[in-house]
Design a binder for this molecule. Structure first.
Ligand SMILES: Cc1ncc(COP(=O)(O)O)c(C=O)c1O
Length: 383
């Protein structure tokens, strides 16, 4: 049997990983500034994370949600403390798409409405509603098409106001990434998030903060939406939550009440997933990784801004993007093959940095030296 060929892939086989480094099957070492797409939050194979999972594995890996699983409450309590949202309610699931799907559904159960506002260049996942709210026609199958989604330009307060003025009573929810990831590292402005908050309050809509990629400390705050100083009604989380162990969740504001059987899951919140997620929060706190993300992120952005060839350096914490001009279009590829550094991209011309939040200054310095070297080499070849 062959694999179903859904992605173009790099010709490299990673067999070992530690901290911000990975090694291929030929023993070659790579600096990982991609984190398998923002998933590696506390660093590859962190010893505390490995130990927590191993110890749990020896006891019990899984039982369904038909019994008490105290680890889930332990996780909820810890998550409440670290995120500062102690009065929210946690529902656990398995992936980012599933988290958003549940959030959109929960909003609709709550206010009985159908329309969803999403934004240009958004990515919310591949399941039916999440993909319908994703601004990329290539991902939407005919069966996912719905006229319940209204797409608006990001950070356009006037368009948002007009949309609520026209459709306000029908809007169930507004879903927005605090920093768009797949769309190319576009930061939602604080004033825009504040506007969403006030319009949702005025019209009884639910504000959903998609924090699947920008959450869990990546921006330097637990949720990048927190920069705006207002709370969302539902936050969705995945990627960094398990540092590679598949675990996701949504946290729901206290005024949204649960009803039995509206949400549910077989695998969500299993013992192993909770152990992994707890280990991540413990390390995040113990090693002060949000502070590190702020510090190293600022260093990287300052250094990148000083490189004249790179344009529009943007992002927060360790979620950074910049535009690469057409004549340097091989930069990402050359960083990988010549410098052995993994980075991310957004089509057509954005390089995305999504490293572990424990990235060390010397690794950041190595990246800056390497990118300068590769830019100079590309310019030399072109002249
Ligand atoms: C902002 C955002 N939301 C949702 C998703 C979907 O997450 P998953 O691939 O875990 O379903 C992603 C994945 O890239 C994402 O970046």
């Amino acid at each position: 049997m062959n694999l179903f060929d859904v992605y173009p892939i790099n010709d490299v086989t990673i067999v070992k990983a530690k901290g911000s480094y990975v090694w291929d099957d030929k023993g070659e070492q790579y600096l990982d500034l991609y984190g398998g797409h923002a998933v590696i939050s506390i660093g590859h194979t962190h010893p505390h994370w490995v130990k927590r999972i191993e110890e749990q594995l020896e006891k019990i890996a899984f039982y369904s949600n038909s019994i008490k699983i105290p680890l889930q409450q332990e996780l909820a309590t810890k998550l409440g403390k670290v995120s500062g949202k102690e009065d929210y309610q946690l529902f656990l699931c398995n992936s980012g798409a599933e988290a958003n799907e549940n959030a959109l559904k929960m909003a609709s159960f709550h206010n009985g409405r159908k329309k969803i506002i999403a934004f240009s260049k958004s990515f919310h996942g591949r399941t039916s509603l999440a993909v319908a709210a994703t601004d990329n026609k290539n991902y939407i199958a005919p069966v996912n098409e719905t006229d319940n989604i209204i797409f608006l330009p990001l950070n356009d307060e006037k368009a948002l106001q007009e949309c609520f003025d026209t459709n306000g009573k029908e809007i169930s929810s507004v879903i927005i990434e605090g920093i768009q990831g797949v769309g190319g590292i576009n930061v939602a402005e604080n004033s825009f998030l504040q506007k969403i908050r006030s319009l949702c309050d005025e019209f009884g809509a639910v504000y959903i903060a998609d924090s699947v990629q920008c959450g869990y400390g990546r921006s330097g705050k637990f949720f990048s939406h927190d920069f705006s100083g207002v709370n969302a009604d539902i936050y969705t989380m995945a990627k960094g939550m398990g540092n590679g162990f598949p675990v996701a969740g949504i946290i729901i504001a206290p005024h949204i009440k649960p009803k039995h059987f509206q949400l549910g899951t077989t695998f969500g919140g299993n013992h192993l997933a909770c152990a992994a997620a707890l280990a991540v929060l413990e390390v995040l706190e113990e090693e002060k990784l949000m502070g590190n993300a702020t510090l190293i992120g600022k260093y990287l952005r300052d250094e990148l801004e000083a490189i004249p060839e790179l344009k529009n350096v943007r992002g927060r914490g360790l979620m950074i993007g910049f535009d690469v001009p057409e004549e340097l279009k091989d930069l990402k590829k050359n960083l990988l093959w010549n410098q052995k550094i993994f980075t991310g991209e957004s089509k057509p011309n954005v390089i995305r940095l999504l490293p572990s939040l424990a990235l060390k200054k010397r690794d950041a310095e190595q990246f800056i030296d390497s990118i300068k070297e590769e830019i100079a080499l590309l310019q030399e070849t072109a002249s």
